[in-house]
Design a protein around this ligand. Structure first.
Ligand code: FES
Length: 109
């Protein structure tokens, strides 16, 4: 697998209610949106498997915080900030017309 930009299929960005749970590259992910900015991460927190759609993008769009115990991860590389040893898969997402394109930042997928 490469980390080239690929279309994220099955989402209508005009009607979607973010955060949106999707599949991308065979992985379950969650996509967040604030204005024209998008972020995506693996769907489940590595701590106790809580769905990240119940979490929040924090620190000016640089981190995601799990909604259950507040474990927080960098969106630049997926590393845990307040939870050493934990790491998540993170994705870049951009809008192109009515589509979203995504690519892995740290998994090579
Ligand atoms: S389940 Fe995410 S921090 Fe505990």
């Amino acid at each position: 697998m490469t980390n080239e930009w690929r279309q994220i299929e099955g989402i209508n960005i005009e009607e979607a209610n973010f955060p949106v749970r999707m599949e991308f590259g065979g992985e379950k992910i969650v996509i967040f949106r604030e204005g024209n900015d998008y972020w995506a991460v693996q769907r489940y927190c590595p701590h106790q498997h809580t769905d990240f759609s119940r979490g929040a993008i924090v620190s000016n769009g640089t981190m995601i915080r799990c909604g259950l115990h507040a474990y927080t991860f960098k969106l630049s590389d997926g590393t845990g900030v307040n939870c050493p040893g934990y790491k998540i898969n993170v994705y870049e997402v951009q809008q192109e017309g009515a589509q979203l394109l995504g690519r892995s930042i740290n998994t090579g997928n």
